[in-house]
Structures are given as C-alpha cells and as structure tokens.
Design a protein around this ligand. Sequence first.
Ligand code: ADP
Length: 363
Amino acid sequence: MSMNQASLECRHINLSYGATPVLRGINLKIEPGEFFALLGPSGSGKSTLLRLIAGFNQHQSGELLVDGQDISGVPPHRRNIGMVFQNYALWPHMTVWDNVAFGLVERRESRDAIRRKVGAVLELVGLQDYARRRPGQLSGGQQQRVALARTIVIEPRLLLLDEPLSNLDKQLRVQMRDELKNLQRKLGLTTIFVTHDQEEAMTTADRMAVLDAGVLQQVGTAAGLYDYPQNRFVAGFVGTANLLEGRVAELDGASLRFDVQGLGQLTLPAPAEPPAVGAAALAFRPHQVSIAAPGEPADAARVWLDGQVQSAEFLGEFSRYRVRVGDLALISDQPHRAGSALFAPGARVRLGLDPRQLRYLPL
Ligand code: ADP
C-alpha cells in the first residue's frame, strides 16, 4: 500500500467554547510524512485541536491548511482525514473483516477492490488470521490494530490518533509504541497523535508541540525540547527540571550575579550569550547536579551549594536525591556504581552545578 503524504498548517487558530478560549493563536506546521505528537497536560486543548483538524470542532478564526489549501469549512467526511478514537469505537457485532471493510462499503467500492484492500491492510497490521473474530474476542492491542486498519484502509491524507496507547496496560503500551512507529514508517503517512505522556511522545514522535492552557509553548524534537526549553513550562513538562527563580542582578564581563529567591546570591561565569539583567529562572537537569560530602575535594569548574539530604531513592541505574538548599529543594541524580553507599537522609552534602549547563529562562 502506498500512502499520501500531506502537510498540515495551522495559522492563528482560535477556538472558544462560549466565552472560554480553549485554543489561542495556534501556529503550527507539520511536514509530509511526519509522526507528530501534541503533548500537554489534561485540559490543555490537545483533543480540541485534533478534533478541529478532523472537522468535528470549528475554529472561530484562523486558517487550517492541508497541502496549502484551507479546509476550514469542509465537513469531516469530505476531508479524507482518518481518525482513531481513544476507545477504538469498533462495532462489536461485526467481524474484524467487516469492521475494516465498512468504510469501503460505504464508499461503494467494488467487491474485488474491497477484498484486495482489506486483505492487504489486515496483513499489514498482522491480523490476517483474525478476520472472522469479533472485537470482543481480541486483546486490547489487537483491537487497536483493527481500529488502525479500519482507518488506514480508506487511504486518508492524514492520520489522527487520540491517546492511542492509553487504553493498554503498561507492558503492552511499550510494545505498541514500537509497533505504531514501525507501521507509521512503513506507511509514510503524515500522522498526528495526542498524548499527555511525555515519555510516549519522546520515544515515538519525530517532532512534537507542547501545549499549555490552549497556547502552543514550543515545537521541536524530543532532544531539542529537552536541551533547549524556551520557558519554565516546557522545562518542567519535558523531563524533570530544577528551577531557581530570581533575578540576573549584575553582568560584569565574564561573570554574572544571580539573586535566587530563597537562597541568596550566586556568582556564575557569564554564558556566551548572556541573559538580560532582570527577572529570570535558571533551569538545569537532575543528572547535571553532582553531589559530594563536605570534605571531599571538589571540581573547581562547578559552583557548589551547601545542603542537606531530604530523601534518597535507589532506582537501580541511578539514585535520586532531594536536597534542601536554603529554602529550596533541588534534585540530583547520580549514576549508581556497584557497592557504593548512598547519602542518607539528614546528611550534609554539597551540590555542584555546571555553569555551562545552566539555562536562563524568562520568568
Ligand atoms: P486535553 O485534550 O488537552 O485534555 P481538551 O481539548 O479536551 O483538553 O479540553 C480543553 C479545554 O476545553 C478544557 O478546559 C475542557 O474543559 C474544555 N472543553 C472541551 N470540550 C468542551 C465542550 N464541548 N464545551 C465546553 N468546554 C469544553
């Protein structure tokens, strides 16, 4: 089966329910063949945006372009966009074959074409031996594959998936993550999926858009968003972040003074592109924070803060410490070496920040 590869673009899209704005000025461009995630917490507007692309929701202003053509007024059944719903919405009284054939029958395709297409798509999702079963006789993962088969058999221009893995148990979710990715690669079909799970988005999507409160916060690859978050929300939502809030108080050539709320003054080497004087947050990842006993010789390239261990979690590959520093709690992840002892809660320690790995964000 060869699939269409359409592009999708949202231009200044606004949608409100009554007086409540739900999507605010969404600008987004998705390239042909991309596997793209809409990521955000519950209520951020992800499903509303997905349903808007499918045509079930109508925006009040802005443009929605598929391959450069505005489809804003086009009803759902004329868009040739396939959508897989969270609960799969399979017909329980029909066989797998009939579920998958349904869209083609509705389009009055010939019996030959239907036989050929349904056969091909069932083979593609590995369900050729299950054609005569009913959905109730299938596992959750198999039901999802039927839902996918039923959607791609009509050769849509775009494939939309609403929380595709949320109905599956943890183990199956990880397996289906790979299956979905492989299937999408094989088809090359432009695919947009909604998820609230950052790990799911990071492991499957080529790129993703992070939404919060109806506002698109940032678009990028998993590594791009993790390494270069543009604001505090993205820093905290994609991966785990330590955030120091405060003020860049002074810039003096090679060094910079940062006043941290709840901690005091830090003198740091100024980065190559120094931030402006004023309110800012400093973000850094737990694995970038080293931890040492007070008497231990310390790396002079790091900035050291005195603290006290609040909790220590042994997670196998690494240990996660929560350390009180001033009025703040910072997280430090340390790779584990066999036999090494953990710092115990209550222990006095020093945390070492790597100035090259600090990111200055708007407050
Ligand atoms: P998400 O998919 O990110 O969880 P939704 O797109 O479902 O978020 O919802 C975004 C916001 O819009 C929420 O605050 C939700 O309560 C509101 N909302 C969704 N559907 C409707 C509706 N039909 N009428 C009114 N408000 C709605």
